[in-house]
Design a protein around this ligand. Structure first.
Ligand code: PMP
Length: 358
């Protein structure tokens, strides 16, 4: 049976990438060994990490005054790493509380300084993105933090916050899905297990002047300067996840880069939202203009039907559609690698389910 994987992460990868990895599994580039087995100090692996970085720079048009870091610990580790690296002058940072991960990041910051919540949609279960203006932000903050796409709640920022301090963004669930002007940011970071690679590597893009000013209590392995000075190889990096990232980036470049994939993403999301909006059976509770094009939550008229939907869709090869426990219902994660046919198949199933259960 053909399976479409709608998981929020780890999630679907491009088939071409997995096939390439399969072809090279036992013998990478005539090295006589798998990338899994290879020392990170070899020339062969060095070429892999360098190619991954240079492709990322090219695709995201990352300016030269930024360093690209490949770290471990998942995106959550950055919730601490960010204040530990940046909270060095005012000991205060502004946070936009637009989801559970943003909230956790704000809680982590409060361990080291003042975590100032500028705006929050928590009271409305994060169904919208607050509109924040320049005058709402602090001038005396070390940085302004936000999460551009809220994986659990299916919202995304349709604007870049006009903050007067260094902008820090968690792009875990949307990196490489739409174009970003990197020069507007101090730090961009993303766990890889949605649009980039397998779980295990976190990519951090940091402006060079923000490196080297970590707090004394910052662990060596969270200090961006440790990574910058050692080309992300102070210790053993997550080699295989970096290799898979390189393959994904190569593939993205080949098919036309971010503008190309963004057009497909917009078309996929539009089709699904248009269908949901036209139906009086399914509902998406998110404020329309704040809807994510990566994560689409929806519900049936009642919880029993949601449970039935999840069970029956699974039997049809539509996998991991169960919504996050904080939202309930269903969530279709339609990341870069989800083909249009996956969305079409989901909509066909939704039509059939509606007819049978109305
Ligand atoms: N931020 C966002 C936006 C996420 O979606 C996630 C994971 N789903 C995280 C942070 C946490 O990532 P990790 O599990 O890699 O720590």
């Amino acid at each position: 049976m053909k399976v479409y994987n709608f998981s929020a992460g780890p999630s679907i990868m491009f088939k071409e990438v997995l096939q390439q990895a399969q072809n090279e599994m036992l013998d990478y580039n005539n090295s006589g060994m798998s990338v899994v087995e290879m020392s990170h100090r070899t020339k062969t692996f060095d070429a892999i990490i360098k190619e991954a970085e240079s492709l990322l720079r090219e695709l995201m048009r990352i300016p030269d005054n930024y360093t690209v870091i490949f770290a471990q610990g998942g995106a959550c580790t950055q919730f601490d790493a960010i204040p530990l690296n940046l909270l060095n002058k005012y000991k205060k940072a502004d946070y936009l509380d637009t989801g559970n991960f943003a909230h956790k990041a704000m809680e982590a910051c409060a361990r080291y300084g003042v975590a100032n919540c500028v705006a929050s949609s928590r009271a409305d279960n994060y169904t919208y993105i607050p509109k924040v203006k320049r005058e709402d932000f602090s001038i005396d903050a070390d940085y302004t933090y936000y999460t551009s796409n809220n994986t659990i709640f299916g919202t995304r920022f349709n604007y870049v916050p006009d903050a007067p301090t260094n902008l820090v963004c968690d792009m875990s669930s949307e990196i490489l899905s739409r174009e970003v002007d990197v020069s507007k940011y101090g730090v961009i970071y993303a766990g890889a297990q949605k649009n980039i690679s397998a779980a295990g590597v976190t990519i951090i893009i940091v402006r060079n002047d923000l490196i080297g000013h970590a707090l004394n209590i910052c662990p060596i392995m969270l200090d961006y300067s440790t990574f910058a000075k050692n080309g992300s190889m102070y210790n053993t990096p997550p080699t295989y996840a970096i290799y898979l990232a390189m393959l994904t980036l190569r593939h993205l470049k080949k098919i036309g880069g971010i503008p190309h994939i963004n057009a497909i993403n917009e078309a996929k999301a539009k089709k699904l939202y248009d269908f949901i909006d036209a139906s009086d059976f399914y509902t998406n509770k998110v404020n329309k203009e704040d809807r994510s094009i990566m994560n689409v939550p929806f519900v049936c008229p009642n919880g029993d039907l949601d449970a039935k939907f999840i069970q029956e869709s699974l039997a049809c090869g539509l996998v991991s559609l169960k919504g996050h426990r904080l939202v309930g219902g269903m969530r279709a994660s339609i990341y870069n690698a989800m083909p249009m046919e996956g969305v079409d198949t989901l909509i066909d199933f939704m039509k059939k389910f509606e007819l049978e259960n109305k």
